[in-house]
Design a protein around this ligand. Structure first.
Ligand code: FES
Length: 175
């Protein structure tokens, strides 16, 4: 047994035993359970309510860009068929216009347009997640994981009064 002289100074100021410091009462544990359960229930309720929200109304015809603003070898991002879905309008180097959904068909990362002349030569759509590539004319996967996936979703275009309009999704080909 230690004498009073052997005890550290702080022990004189706080002469309480530490036994039971780690003891959690049943009431504390019940409080903890109620808080965690309440948090989980609230999270589930929010997910449920969000899933019940009606999907955004698809838009049939959307003005995307003025033709004069699109130089060959350039691309613009727009939203189609609804505000939540990004898409790419591309004016290829030969002047042709194409539009694709921007979501990679492998695991959903965004693709971006790259002109020819750089790494890889031909102009293409590139997904940086797993270094996938798609043909800029057809949307078919040409290298990386997309080669074994279906092509990018294609968007039909119309040109009227010098403006480019997205007018519908082309049916998917299986592949
Ligand atoms: Fe695009 Fe994997 S998500 S290549």
């Amino acid at each position: 047994m230690k004498s009073a002289d052997d005890l550290p100074k702080w022990r004189e100021d706080f002469p309480y035993e530490s036994e039971g410091d780690d003891h959690v009462t049943r009431r504390d544990f019940a409080r903890f359970l109620v808080l965690v359960s309440g948090g989980l229930a609230t999270g589930n309720a929010l997910v449920y309510l969000r899933s019940r929200r009606p999907p955004a109304e698809p838009r049939a015809r959307v003005e995307v860009a003025r033709l004069d603003d699109l130089a060959p070898g350039s691309a613009v991002v727009f939203r189609y068929p609804d505000e939540a879905t990004p898409a790419l309008l591309i004016r290829r180097e030969d002047g042709a216009l194409v539009a694709f959904e921007q979501k990679c068909t492998h695991l959903g990362c965004p693709v971006s347009y790259e002109r020819g002349g750089g790494e890889g030569g031909e102009e293409h759509l590139r997904c940086y997640c797993h270094n996938g590539r798609f043909d800029a004319a057809s949307g078919e996967g040409t290298s990386g994981p997309p080669r074994d996936m279906r092509p990018l979703g294609r968007i039909a275009l119309e040109i009227e009064d010098g403006k480019v309009f997205a007018v519908g999704l082309s049916p998917r080909r299986e592949g």
